[in-house]
Design a protein around this ligand. Structure first.
Ligand SMILES: C[S@@+](CC[C@H](N)C(=O)[O-])C[C@H]1O[C@@H](n2cnc3c(N)ncnc32)[C@H](O)[C@@H]1O
Length: 267
């Protein structure tokens, strides 16, 4: 695996990180230190490197380096008390009750990106025992697997990308969670209705998503949707679009750059 580093102004680094996340590339982080701001990406394959270079151009050669893949597989993130998402092969921390372990080589999000974590936190706090859950833009399927571990009765997952769908099936199997995954452009090939929808998509897509009122079709009357991938720059547009489409914000979580929202129909 390679660590490609781009030195940028903080606002430019954040905008580029948002673009990468938008194409499903979640191994991108903004770092600040005494030398300034940088956007760091970790690429595993030449195809991934092409995606990053097509968006960001030539990396800073002095700061970029090859990294030990094993070291990158040993992360663990705490979602809420007792709930964890772990890198492959990481032992469950003491006191862990609900654990999702990502399989080796999971692309489309390992599960440790801030936007994933915001959605996971909203889902875990809300609870989903017995619920029908849709993971929209499932990536590696981490949220679908978490829903299963939290006791969801039905788990469906869709993504535009067929490789993401394949990864999701692998993640569900590795975590012994029953669920279905298929390709769909947003909700176009989603005929069912759900109590909970997780949508870790980027701001522009979320705005588009609220335009046609399609979420109303798939969410039960008192259902809840968890939205993430909302950068500070895109937040006003997303809030405006969802208010215009008849939704109210019931919970808001904030990370450095990103916001996660729980929304329900306005009563
Ligand atoms: C930010 S990633 C989230 C991945 C995963 N849910 C997570 O939280 O780690 C967004 C995902 O949405 C998918 N996506 C992008 N546009 C889409 C669309 N129009 N319809 C369905 N999925 C889409 C991408 O392929 C990517 O896997």
């Amino acid at each position: 695996m390679q660590r490609l580093v781009y030195l940028r102004r903080p606002s430019a680094a954040a905008a580029l990180q948002e673009r990468l996340v938008g194409v499903g590339f979640l191994r991108a982080a903004c770092e600040d230190d005494v030398h300034g701001s940088r956007l760091v990406t970790w690429v595993r394959t030449s195809a991934e490197e092409r995606v990053v270079r097509s968006i960001l151009g030539e990396p800073d050669q002095r700061a970029s380096e090859r990294v030990d893949e094993d070291a990158l597989n040993t992360w663990k993130v705490k979602v809420t008390v007792g709930t964890w998402i772990l890198g492959p092969g990481v032992a469950a921390p003491r006191g862990a009750k609900t654990v999702v372990t990502m399989p080796v080589g999971a692309g489309f999000g390992l599960g440790d990106h801030p936007t994933t974590l915001l959605t996971a936190r909203l889902l875990a706090e809300h609870g989903c025992a017995g619920a029908r859950v849709l993971d929209l833009g499932c990536g590696s399927g981490v949220l679908a697997a978490l829903a299963g571990k939290l006791g969801a009765a039905q788990i469906d997952a869709v993504d535009l990308d067929s490789d993401a769908v394949a990864h999701t099936r692998k993640t569900l199997k590795a975590n012994k969670v029953e669920g279905k995954a298929w390709t769909s452009n947003l909700l176009k090939r989603v005929p069912g209705t759900y109590d909970l929808v997780c949508a870790n998509l980027v701001g522009d897509l979320l705005v588009e998503f609220f335009g046609g009122g399609t979420l109303h079709r798939v969410l039960t009357p008192d259902g809840t949707a968890f939205l993430s991938g909302i950068s500070d720059a895109k937040r006003p547009a997303v809030l405006k679009a969802l208010a215009a489409d008849g939704w109210q914000v019931t919970r808001r979580l904030k990370d450095d750059l990103w916001t996660g929202l729980a929304i329900q129909r306005r009563s």
